[in-house]
Design a protein around this ligand. Structure first.
Ligand code: NAP
Length: 238
């Protein structure tokens, strides 16, 4: 296949979908990973890519899926770790399960996928990895689990960037601010407005606002950028 392969996790809706559509428009063959097999197949069909139903929190399932992608579709040139969940609650009421679920998907998920893609990128001496963290990594009321996991993603990104620079692999993180997706549409209207009021640019972000920054980090224009964290939030400070 002539096209470069971009693997995007959590890509059947929201930010992942926006990233996948920007990458498809820039001539990448997009590999769509998400949980629901039908939604994955539908999204892949619409974007002219290939879909796989994979739980990023499952180390073994990720190993098998990465092997299948490389065998059936082609070498992964760009990996975007986007799949994420939130289970917001004040720390003093947070259950062990709410903590474990968020850490398993949002922090262990990117590790699982990188752990299986990175050895292949090292062999090829090329690759781009973009991890989707969050503005919340610096702390946000009601998000102890999510902020801890998203801060962990930044540590993972910066460490991998140092380990992989000599293999011509860049690793960067993006911190979206407040983006219009099913995740944010689930918020109570008052909380939604509070977030909107924090954005100097006066509008919620779109998934494509994030997708275009991913495309920049994947492009040759960003060849000398690694271990960095880019905020995409219209100037928002939590
Ligand atoms: P979203 O609308 O909920 O989409 C996330 C997608 O990931 C969903 O399709 C979801 O599937 C999938 N997913 C969940 N768990 C998964 C797993 N274990 N394996 C594979 N796929 C899984 O969320 P979003 O707002 O687009 O967020 C995307 C990323 O951006 C997340 O990492 C999020 O933390 C981050 N982010 C979002 C915002 C924002 O304002 N929206 C801000 C900062 C950071 P199901 O629907 O079936 O669960």
């Amino acid at each position: 296949m002539d096209q470069q392969v971009a693997l995007v996790t959590g890509a059947q809706q929201g930010i992942g979908r926006g990233i996948a559509s920007v990458m498809a428009a820039r001539a990448y063959h997009v590999v769509v990973w998400d949980l629901d097999p039908e939604a994955v197949a539908e999204t892949a069909r619409e974007l002219g890519g290939t879909g796989f139903a994979v739980d990023v929190a499952d180390f073994r399932a990720v190993a098998d899926a990465v092997a299948q992608v490389e065998e059936l579709v082609g070498p992964v040139a760009v990996l975007v770790n986007n799949a994420g969940i939130n289970r917001d609650r004040m720390l003093h009421r947070m259950s062990e399960d709410e903590w474990d679920q968020v850490v398993a998907v949002d922090m262990k998920g990117p590790f699982n996928v990188m752990r299986h893609v990175v050895p292949r990128m090292r062999e090829r001496k090329s690759g781009r990895i973009i991890n989707i963290s969050s503005a919340s990594w610096q702390g946000n009321v009601g998000q102890a689990n999510y902020a801890a996991a998203k801060a962990g993603v930044i540590g993972l990104t910066k460490t991998a960037a140092r380990e992989l620079a000599r293999f011509n692999i860049t690793v960067n993180a993006i911190c979206p601010g407040f983006i219009d997706t099913p995740m944010t549409r689930r918020m109570p209207p008052e909380a939604f407005q509070v977030m909107l009021d924090k954005i100097p640019m006066g509008r919620i972000g779109t998934p494509e606002d994030v997708g275009r920054v991913v495309a920049f980090l994947a492009s040759s224009d960003a060849a000398y950028v690694t271990g960095d964290v880019i905020n995409v939030g219209g100037g928002m400070v939590l």
